[in-house]
Design a protein around this ligand. Structure first.
Ligand code: CA
Length: 244
C-alpha cells in the first residue's frame, strides 16, 4: 500500500477540528482513520483527537488478541464503543466539552480483506477502473432525505441542514457502529475524507482530480486545493490509499 494523508484548516475556520490517523511504520497494523469533531470552543478538536487516540490504541493493543484476531468486525466495533464511552464521559465532566461528538471512519486491511468502521458523515470511497463509489452511508438528515427520494445528491451538498448528523461518537451513552467488509485488488484507490471535501466537491470532480494526478501525494494536494478554491468553508481532510 502507498498512502498519503492531508488535513487543512480551510479558508474560513480558525481551527481544525478534523483528525486523521495513518500507520507510522510497516510493523503496525494497517488501518487509517478520519474523524471530524463538533462542539463549542475547542470541544470538536478534543472529540476527534480522542476518537483517533482511543480507537487506534485499542486496535493496536488487541490486534493479535485471541478473542479478536479472527474477527476484525468485532474488534472495530469494540474500539468504537470504547472511544464512544471515553468521549461521552469527558463531555459530562467539563462544561466546555458538554455536547461534543465526532464522526469516525476507519479502513483496516487484513488478510486480503478491507474492513470499514463508520459513524457520522465522513466518507469512504473506492476508485476502481475509472469509477468512484461511496462505500459508506452518511448518518445525516440530508442523506435520509436523499434515500427517501426527497433530495438529489447535488441538492444534499447545498442544503441548509447538511451539517445535521444523526449519529456521532461520544454524543450519547450508546452508538450504533456500521462495519462493512470489502474485497480489494491491485490498483484500487481508497479515499477517506471529511465533509469539508465532499460539501465543496461533487464525486465527479473528486474522481477527475485523482485520475489526472500522477501520484497519491499529488492527488491529496489537488483535492485539498480544489476544496479551498471552491471556498474552503470547512476543515478538509483526505486519506488516500493505493493498493500496489
Ligand atoms: Ca466538517
Amino acid at each position: 500500500m502507498i498512502y498519503c494523508a492531508k488535513s487543512d484548516r480551510g479558508k474560513l475556520r480558525s481551527n481544525n477540528e478534523d483528525t486523521f490517523y495513518a500507520p507510522e511504520s510497516k510493523e503496525e497494523p494497517l488501518f487509517f482513520m478520519v474523524a471530524d469533531g463538533m462542539g463549542g470552543h475547542k470541544a470538536g478538536e478534543v472529540a476527534s483527537r480522542l476518537a483517533v487516540e482511543e480507537i487506534s490504541s485499542y486496535i493496536k493493543a488487541k490486534f493479535d488478541a485471541p478473542s479478536f484476531r479472527d474477527d476484525m468486525t468485532a474488534l472495530i466495533r469494540e474500539a468504537f464503543l470504547v472511544a464512544n464511552e471515553k468521549i461521552y464521559k469527558n463531555s459530562l465532566e467539563s462544561d466546555k466539552l458538554a455536547g461534543m461528538g465526532t464522526t469516525a471512519t476507519l479502513a483496516l486491511f487484513k488478510d486480503g480483506m478491507l474492513y470499514i468502521g463508520h459513524v457520522g458523515d465522513s466518507r469512504a470511497y473506492l476508485l476502481r477502473e475509472g469509477s468512484l463509489k461511496q462505500l459508506t452511508k452518511d448518518h445525516s438528515l440530508v442523506w435520509q432525505l436523499m434515500e427517501e427520494g426527497r433530495l438529489t445528491a447535488e441538492e444534499m451538498r447545498y442544503h441548509p441542514m447538511r451539517n445535521v448528523i444523526t449519529r456521532a461518537l461520544g454524543a450519547y451513552e450508546n452508538v450504533i457502529v456500521d462495519v462493512s467488509t470489502h474485497e480489494y485488488m491491485k490498483g484500487d484507490i481508497f479515499l477517506l475524507c471529511s465533509d469539508g471535501l465532499t460539501n465543496m466537491l461533487e464525486d465527479e470532480k473528486i474522481k477527475e482530480i485523482i485520475l489526472k494526478s500522477g501520484s497519491i501525494e499529488t492527488a491529496a494536494d489537488g483535492l485539498v486545493q480544489a476544496a479551498n478554491d471552491r471556498g474552503g468553508y470547512d476543515n478538509i481532510t483526505v486519506v488516500l490509499i493505493l493498493v500496489e
